[in-house]
Design a protein around this ligand. Structure first.
Ligand code: GLN
Length: 296
């Protein structure tokens, strides 16, 4: 029977040869996934025997990863803010740079709910996650608000123009037990029948079209329309900015994820919105411009 050590050694060589820059990590994560343990277990027990059934499953996972498929799709899961999201080709894989937007949104909701007493009958805060993909922002926010007993005061809508992505988002919402705290709508940006929102959140596609071919191979397995933002990368974000005067409530805030090189581009785009708007760009943990915060 093969051992962890032997399987890993062979897998790391193969993944390295296939072009993975994270061959060891990939192999450890994939083997741990097949064995139903976490990565530390694999590292701590190189001598452990691996049953034939697991070895066959690990081989199948390796073949997919060798072909360039992202580890998150092979595993079927990706962590985001400590939550495990189901991932597959229906939607973009959650990325750590998107975590900031959830933290900012949570702080925004909390500040508004705690600012003044809310007698019974006070309308709920209205929040929308535009282009929710696998549900990342809306679900992580709902989970955090539930932990603070605030979720009942908030109406969270998650939209996507892709019905397949929405299905995955609904599965994730159920998986995190917030299926009943969220609404979902298939729409290009925001359905026209919705009233204005206090908080508009979005991680829309923002990669410049010409940069698409230079992205890692793994990215080519993700839906192109979730990444490709046109010439400057801001086509879809600009369309959202165009409707912002109608969809954002008078004292509302929009938090939009942008590319690290789009600080000037977003400021230009905001100047084209009718009325007076402020745009502050918040940095991510790497110190890169990441979340544009827009207010009237
Ligand atoms: N940060 C992502 C990437 O570069 C892009 C996500 C997006 O376009 N919204 O892979």
């Amino acid at each position: 029977m093969a051992t962890v050590e032997v399987l890993l050694r062979d897998a790391i060589d193969r993944l390295r040869a296939s072009g993975s820059e994270t061959a060891r990590l990939d192999a450890e994560v994939l083997l741990a996934n097949v064995l139903g343990i976490d990565r530390t277990g694999v590292i701590a027990h190189p001598e452990a025997p691996v049953g034939d059934g697991s070895a066959v499953q690990f081989e199948a996972a390796l073949v997919r990863r060798e072909a360039g498929e992202p580890v998150a799709y092979v595993r079927g899961v990706k962590e985001f803010l400590g939550l495990a999201f189901a991932t597959d080709g229906r939607a973009l894989i959650p990325r750590p740079e998107t975590e900031r937007i959830v933290e900012l949104a949570e702080a925004e909701v909390a500040a508004r709910l705690l600012a003044a007493p809310r007698p019974p009958g006070t309308p709920k805060l209205r929040v929308v996650d535009v282009g929710t993909g696998c549900g990342t922002i809306a679900i992580a926010l709902a989970v955090r608000l539930r932990a603070r007993r605030m979720v009942d005061e908030v109406d969270v809508l998650a939209t996507d123009d892709d019905p397949d992505a929405l299905e995955l988002a609904k599965e994730n919402a159920v998986g995190h037990a917030v299926g009943d705290c969220l609404r979902f709508a298939e729409a290009d940006l925001i359905p026209t029948y919705e009233e204005a929102f206090d908080l508009v959140l979005a991680n829309l596609p923002y990669v410049r079209s010409e940069a698409m071919d230079g992205l890692p191979v793994a990215t080519s397995f993700e839906p192109r329309h979730a990444l490709d933002g046109g010439d400057e990368g801001l086509d879809v974000i600009r369309r959202l900015l165009g409707i912002l005067p109608e969809v954002l409530a008078q004292r509302g805030v929009a938090l939009l994820e942008i590319g690290a090189d789009q600080e000037a581009g977003i400021a230009d785009a905001v100047r084209e919105i009718p009325g007076r708007w402020s745009c502050i760009v918040e940095r991510d943990l790497a110190g890169l411009p990441r979340v544009a915060r827009l207010e009237r």
